[in-house]
Design a protein around this ligand. Sequence first.
Ligand code: EPZ
Length: 428
Amino acid sequence: MDRILIRGGTPLRGTIPIGGAKNAALPLMAASLLTDETLTLSNLPHLADISTMSKLIRKLGVKVSMDGDADGGGHVGRVFGLTAKDTSNTTAPYDLVRKMRASVLVLGPMLARAGRARVSLPGGCAIGTRPVDLHLQALEQLGAEIELNEGYIEARAEKGLVGGHVVFPMVTVGGTENLLMAASLAKGETVLSNAAREPEVADLAKCLVAMGATIDGIGSDTLTIQGVERLHGATHAVVPDRIETGTYAIAAAITGGELTLQGARADLSEAVIKILTSAGVEIAETSDGLHIARTNGPLQGADMMTDPYPGFPTDMQAQIMALMSVARGASMITETIFENRFMHVPELCRMGADINVHGSSAIVRGVEGLSGAQVMATDLRASVSLVLAGLAAEGETVINRIYHLDRGYERLEDKLSTCGADIRRAAE
Ligand code: EPZ
């Protein structure tokens, strides 16, 4: 298994290109199952999760053409043409779903188009139990008959789905996406209340509209969908990754450097920008992205609580904790979305951070500096928080189990080393 080795202490300077958002690309790829015409997606990031989704939809009959050769099961293309002519296989098997929970996003589109779907139940994962009960209840409200058998969700709607009013009892990104796709081909009107407002949900909705769907309220918490009989092909560019943006903004801040994040959009990251600014990070919009600098002395601690969009994203919680661990004063960080998303805490503490967890809150008392150590990556965002800590730490940090990073950060070591970081990957 590969490891990442970092010698910290160099302020980063340079330009980092921001890729398309993983969490937008995955549902967009699933949306190709809704039509027999070609859906062309551009600005796709090169990530392990994209390769896994591509494998899954191929299994479900989608022909995938790329603007480059697929090598060793991965992909090099950034533009995919996805054509789902044959929808006779409607089983998403355990071996792919267990690798990536977002596989459950094929449920809504398959059920809506083929009238049936069999999808392995995703298990829990490192950050929490993460059930899909809300996806299933909502699909039942559109007339689906759902049974759980031998670890599989077996869903049927032989005569097609019928529009209805779904009130989500809590905000769910994947649940909203599954329902948006299903409702686009249901008979009549569907209203989704307390829908997720994440930019990735809006990106999916815009793509569905380009495919012929009728959706009102995009970007709000009430989505109204008028079902249509069929959808057609379209071309859509994936929205920039706001989590990759926030992560590299923190890389600039934690090393006391200056980075231009090419292609980054401030309007997608307002909550993160607000906290970083209050901590003393300078952020400016440029003609092609964002410029991030920390040149005027020490950082100040700040309190924050994760919340559904437009609140502070849970996917940035580990990274901001790494930053706050070297800021002046105390910061309180509260996680409200997942029940077990503090696994980076003991690892950051091994590097000298002073963090105490009380239930769903962590009290971070800023220290003068971190020191390099051997640490273990546990999930995608926890892993990258250790990279950020390593960039600021004195001495060498060795991060083990880094396969998580490849699921969500494209060419992480290249992007950072181009800006001066001493970071490399080594085989164990
Ligand atoms: C999406 O996961 C993202 N994944 C996650 O990103 C992100 O952390 C999360 O949204 C929250 O923003 C993708 O978009 C592929 P949810 P999702 O349904 O859709 C509970 C990353 O690092 N819940 O909004 O699975 C659930 O357990 C990843 O890139 C139910 O109880 O998240 C959680 O506590 C990690 N029942 C909360 O809701 C359900 O049926 C929010 O989950 C569905 C969800």
